[in-house]
Ligand binder design. Sequence first.
Ligand code: FRU
Length: 494
Amino acid sequence: MSQTLRDARKYEEITEQNIGAGEKPSFHLAARVGWMNDPNGFSYYQGKYHLFYQYHPYNSHWGPMHWGHAVSGDLLHWEYLPAALAPDMAYDEAGCFSGSAVELPDGRQLLMYTGVHKEVQEDGQVREVQAQCLAIGDGRDYGKYQGNPVLGEHDLPEGGSKYDFRDPKMWKAADGTFRCVVGNCAPGRDGQILLYSSKDGLSWKYEKILAANHGRFGKAWECPDFFGLDGKHVLLTSPMDMLPQGLEYHNGNGTLCLIGDYDEKEEVFTEEQDQAIDYGIDFYAPQTLLAPDGRRIMVGWMQNWDTCNLHSPEQPWFGQMSLPRELSVVNGRLVQKPVRELLALRREKVRHENVIFSGLKTLDGVKGRKIDMELSIRPLDEENMYRKFAVRFAQDSTYHTAISFRPLESILKIDRKFSGTRRAVIHQRRSRVGSKNGEIKLRVILDLFSVEVFVNGGEHVLSATIYTDRAADGISFLVDGVAAMDVVKYSLEI
Ligand code: FRU
């Protein structure tokens, strides 16, 4: 093991002692110490879920990337393992960027990640070159492969950039051979996803451009994933520098899901539909695994690149994952539900049925900052459509975060403007959701530093981080007009 990795392991073990219980999310995985971004190597290996992550242990801002590592039996109780990778070789001196994991036929775990190194150009400028590298291990300790890098600039299609060539996602094909998709750029920083194959997981071969942006969705495409689901094939990617398109895509780095058909023999993907993956403020770089019971489960980095350098680097941790979500494709759309394991954390059921109200309402027993709450809202009758419904949470006399719904436009808004933030960054997002006759179902999951809203059984999901003092645990409801509401609320205990 290199000194660089040994140092990181020692540092995280010592400094994690400075973070008190209750200072971190309770059932969302956060950085052990320091900084976390993308999920990496999300996999099921030797009886446990493994979730690695982009990691800079030494302070809570992005820096030379390591891979942090945690394991779980239920995707909610996470146990940290020592950092898995450090930037300790010439070919990854500038960072071990995102990647994935599969099991080799001999039972060892194979990681593929992007090694980044600096290259001096003819004009004296330094640029970072990206290439794909392997590490092999036992679920805790990993050794870098002697043949690294295994995919480099000679494995690119014509015009493909070696400066934007990252985030390999591998999987095992039905015949036992391996495939992977990698994010890349055509000239003009136009995103494209490349497909590679391997017989043994070690030696890789370029196949083709699986999908190309052609200027439609942002610029570079990062963190691809590709899998079959419910008779369709799904390509996930996270485009950088997006322009807004209606209420579907927003400015900045976003998420994109392309659903279509895949001819496995010819390896041709035909896109049919596109949609955002998450419609909230904080969600990026999702990655999936196939669970032993056949579920396709996705986890994303619950942050937004444009708002994540505003805190002091001295803050002991920054960055958390979304709840793992079960995916399905229904009527050509990606549907997401919190993993069913969450049901086991539910305690203290509180139920209020057919609450008919106008103006402001609070309900007995409905409060808390670690909750799973199901709301079902409807007009009293169709002639008297309410104009707006809102639920406020993480609330005290000064602060709150709100989700509001306008049935006439079918627009749902998340708004954290009053959550205590003091920076002029994005605080609101609106999404057009499916609702008929003013009826909508919301499942609102709060952890200490986040909210995730699953709309109408997961047809839309909106995620956002909030850093309001945890003592602000009030919940209230507002209706402009008159509406009827059912509420079922549980506290979540880990
Ligand atoms: C996406 C990303 C990846 C890269 C990693 C670096 O958030 O930019 O493309 O591998 O972060 O930390």
